[in-house]
Design a protein around this ligand. Sequence first.
Ligand code: NZQ
Ligand code: ZN
Length: 394
Amino acid sequence: MKDFNYYAPTEVVFGKKSEEQVAALVKKYGGTKVLVHYGGKSAVKSGLLDKVCNLLKAGGVDYVSLGGVVPNPRLSLAQQGIDLCRKEGVDFILAVGGGSVIDSSKCIGYGVPYEGNVWDFYLGKATPTKMLPIACVLTIPAAGSEMSESSVITNEDGDVKLGYSNNLSRPKFAIMNPCRTFTLPPYQTAAGVTDMMMHTMERYFTKDDDMDLTTDIAEAMLRSMKDAIFAVLKNPEDYRYRAQIMWGGSLMHNGLTGCGVSDDWATHQLEHELSGMFDVTHGAGLAAVWPSWARYVMHENLSRFVRFAVNVMDVPNDFTNPEATALKGIEAMERFYHAIGMPINIKELIGKEISDEEIKEMVRKCSRNYQRTCGCLKVLQAADMETIYKMARG
Ligand code: NZQ
Ligand code: ZN
């Protein structure tokens, strides 16, 4: 079992009236002048943005706002946010939205006190020692950024999508009202659940498989999400299951399902090149890559894939043929993805066959010019990445 630090400092305020506490929470964590950061339309259309701003006003908290964050959030908007925060003397950032808005907020938070270009952190050229505190009012359960230490930003110059992780960026608080997710379209709901399940699967498919408690927690969460997604696709206003998905998204990425095990993240790394190049929804990109990754690496720990097939995907265990059981588990996952409207290969994801040149470019970027490997269940070299992309072509 691996030694571990479990650090999940975010105060979670969960429930139907949770937004009401926003001004008190900002003050509790020292905010006096807030940047309210948000996305394209949904928070405006639903009235959430107005409600949050009015609550801040009524609570005596001064604020400025900046909208326009798009999925796969762009560096240029974060740079505008950094300039705005400096000009306005902002000391606290409140993200109203999903992973993209929260990640953009984290990027702004890093950039404000830093004299250089905030992209340096994502390139690994510098490490922040301080940042503006951030918090969020979450509107889509998916990325888990509301409790995580990561942010993922796309630099339009070259369409390079890079993640950066630092505990400084864990949100001070996360307000989660499941009713706010009733308006999510089916595709975003399903892509969100796919993403959160993958955050746990990245930690589940490991060689350190002697931490039974973590494994049991992971399997229970994966099974819960599998049930909950069908309930909310049938009835988008099902509070009980929207709530479970919302809390699941946080628990599946706040480190809990990584305690005592190593983590892989190859599927995520391979996917980031897809959403960087084709601007697709991250969760859907994961579904397009995972089955091919799984078939390619399953012999590295076959018993783990058998356990997944049996305990998560309800496949009967063929004790005489573990490979067949493992493969049936992967096929069952593909059927699950299709049942919730997710793709299982790149052609289904982007609607056309990806070219050899595009695959080569993704491999070049994913391997950082052939200088880095990905994953740990099987350490992927550039040639392995190319094989997986070709298997996933469809
Ligand atoms: O911009 P609006 O109009 O708000 O629309 C958004 C967006 O189009 C919409 N939406 C959000 N809440 C809604 C809603 N529509 C109706 N009703 C609501 N209540 O949903 C769309 C997707 O939003 P986005 O924030 O992009 O989704 P998500 O939370 O999946 O975030 C995706 C980003 O997070 C990164 C991904 O790579 C991607 O860039 N990730 C961040 C991680 C982290 N920070 O820890 C980890 C993840 O693995 C992931 O890589
Ligand atoms: Zn993810």
